[in-house]
Design a protein around this ligand. Structure first.
Ligand SMILES: [Zn+2]
Ligand SMILES: [Zn+2]
Length: 247
């Protein structure tokens, strides 16, 4: 098994040397490794350390367009952001206009992202009421925005994965299998497999060396028995929502 495209990675637009390489370097690395697609998805602007500056969203968009113009082959570079969920109403840290500039929208929870409701999210708490509130926020987010992928669910904050997966299935939002932040138990996977939700395997690479490096996820797919047909970029091509809708 092999992924054909890697839809979650970071460039130098993630500040403080968080992303080590330029967009073009990341794309070239993906091509060299035989991938057919890469999405560069720097952190959303509310991340106080690594977030992309709002003024750089346009700049990054242009770099992606420039790369695609100069590489007229079957490789596709996508522009996205890994936005932050910042409120109990499901709000994320991008405006409608900024979302329009993206090819692909990833959303996740991160420490050090400014939230509107600091008391809402609590790190690694198993409190049932809190898990319900956090899951409610995620569900509102999926219902409100054209989210392609939820990055590393269950990392940092716990969620009711079965309830979330059901809503994701309805809205064509993917659950990410992330080798650096794989926080699922056998039961979590079994619960999600009872729904129609689909998965995507992404590297979350912050440097050229790690582009497409998802071996740990292949091991987990085997260990937990996740059927291949439920993983959208495994031995087949995944096209982000925006491009499918244009038909
Ligand atoms: Zn992340
Ligand atoms: Zn990331």
């Amino acid at each position: 098994m092999k992924i054909t495209g890697d839809y979650h990675s970071h460039s130098k637009f993630s500040k403080f040397n968080h992303g080590k390489n330029t967009i073009c370097e990341m794309a070239q690395a993906a091509k060299n490794k035989g991938l057919k697609a890469l999405a560069v998805t720097d952190h959303g602007p509310n991340h106080i350390l690594y977030g992309i500056l709002r003024k750089n969203i346009e700049k990054a968009r242009n770099e992606v367009d420039e790369f695609n113009k100069n590489n007229e082959d079957d490789f596709k570079l996508y522009f996205g952001v890994e936005a932050n969920i910042i409120g109990k109403n499901g709000k994320i840290d991008l405006t409608e206009k900024e979302i329009e500039k993206l090819d692909i929208l990833i959303v996740g929870f991160h420490r050090f992202a400014l939230t509107n409701f600091t008391s809402l999210f609590r790190l690694n708490s198993n409190n049932k009421k809190l898990i319900k509130k956090q899951t409610d926020a995620y569900i509102k987010m999926v219902e409100k925005y054209p989210v392609d992928i939820i990055s590393h669910p269950n990392e940092y904050i716990k969620l009711d994965l079965k309830r979330l997966a059901k809503v994701c299935a309805k809205h064509d939002t993917l659950i990410e299998l992330n080798p650096k932040h794989f926080k699922f138990t056998q039961k979590d996977i079994a619960d999600m497999l009872k729904t129609d939700v689909q998965f995507i395997i992404n590297s979350d690479a912050h440097s050229v060396e790690r582009v497409g490096d998802v071996d740990y996820c292949y091991e987990m797919v085997k260990k937990f028995g996740i059927p291949k047909y439920k993983i959208v970029n495994l031995d087949k091509t995944y096209i982000p929502k925006k491009f499918r809708n244009k038909g």
